[in-house]
Write a protein that binds this ligand. Sequence first.
Ligand code: NAP
Length: 379
Amino acid sequence: METIRIPIIAGDGTGEDIWNASREIFEEAVLRSTGNTKRIEWIPVIAGLKALEHKDLLLPPETVDAITECSLALKGPLTTPVGGGFRSVNVYLRQMFDLYVCMRPVRWFRGLPSPLKKPEAVDIVIFRENTEDLYRGIEWQAGSDDARIVISFLKDKMGVDLRPDSGVGIKPISRTGTQRFARWSMDAAIRMGRRVITIVHKGNIMKYTEGGFREWAYETAAGYDELSAEALPGKIEVNDRIADNMFMQVISRPADYDVLLCPNLNGDYLSDACAALIGGLGVAPGANFGDNVAIFEPTHGSAPKYAGKDMVNPTSFILSGAMLFDHIGLAGTGDMIRRGVERTIQEGIVTYDLARQLDGARPVSCSGFGSEVIKRLHA
Ligand code: NAP
């Protein structure tokens, strides 16, 4: 029997709950969908708070080595303290492995609650640039020596007058970063047979960063025969929308949107907003891709107030795992997992987050949901 080695970072907060509820689903789905010819060997590794506690390091070398060796990992949420403490390990992981594309499919299926009248129109793939923008983490605390130096430099050399008690951040968006991201995302959109690509930006205000993102993404699109800036038969249309309008459009006209290409910060906001259209953060999966490594993780965070209560929805994590199997060429396993989840939710068997939005649902625990999905893992 062939063994598939997968590093797993269960994560902080509710990470253990969702991992415990999902593990057997992945193992069973691989066995059943491959006719018992493949099995998973998990490689448990740690990062973030647990790694700080046990190893005094945010990202131990064993974790980095395992991910590098396997070229992938499945990851639960990691807690990042607000304000002081360390910078996000999630952001650090993305930068360390140069995971420059974050992909978040948002698709409604029957049984999911939605604030929309026609939720079946929601089938959008969000691609978010993952390494640049304000998430680069270049900022200086108000009152610090560094902030004073930057503020003086801006005043003396650039004629920019900032209040002396300002915190200051830098928003870098490059042609190189945008175009490698746009190429990856456009290739994926073509492979997936999508119909429209929308470049999302706030280029009317941030002309040289978000405006650059728009211009460079269009430049990339111009190199593809399959894409067109006009709606033409047989071609994928490429258009653009200003970010604030985009937030309205995904709610008011979701059927018009198919693939969104977003800079880092707007992509983060939009992913959560779109998740609300299909039941919330508990059901929205995600993956981060670089040229050598891919890390699959739910859109939500560690929801610490629910930690250890066996309550939260493991669907986002389960569907992120399904994306991992698609990525390693086991699309049959991914499909089996997705069908198992859909059947369970369609029968009204859901965790608290969906139950509170649905009439007549049968609420189950996090692990209870996992057990119900296993019963529905069949072709
Ligand atoms: P969060 O953990 O995503 O939780 C926000 C709310 O979303 C929860 O209170 C809950 O809503 C809902 N939710 C989250 N996960 C859910 C699940 N599995 N099932 C059902 N509902 C779920 O966001 P946060 O409270 O802003 O962040 C907490 C920590 O996570 C922070 O340290 C943050 O930095 C970190 N974080 C990590 C990642 C990552 O690892 N990639 C991503 C985002 C945030 P209700 O209270 O309404 O039930």
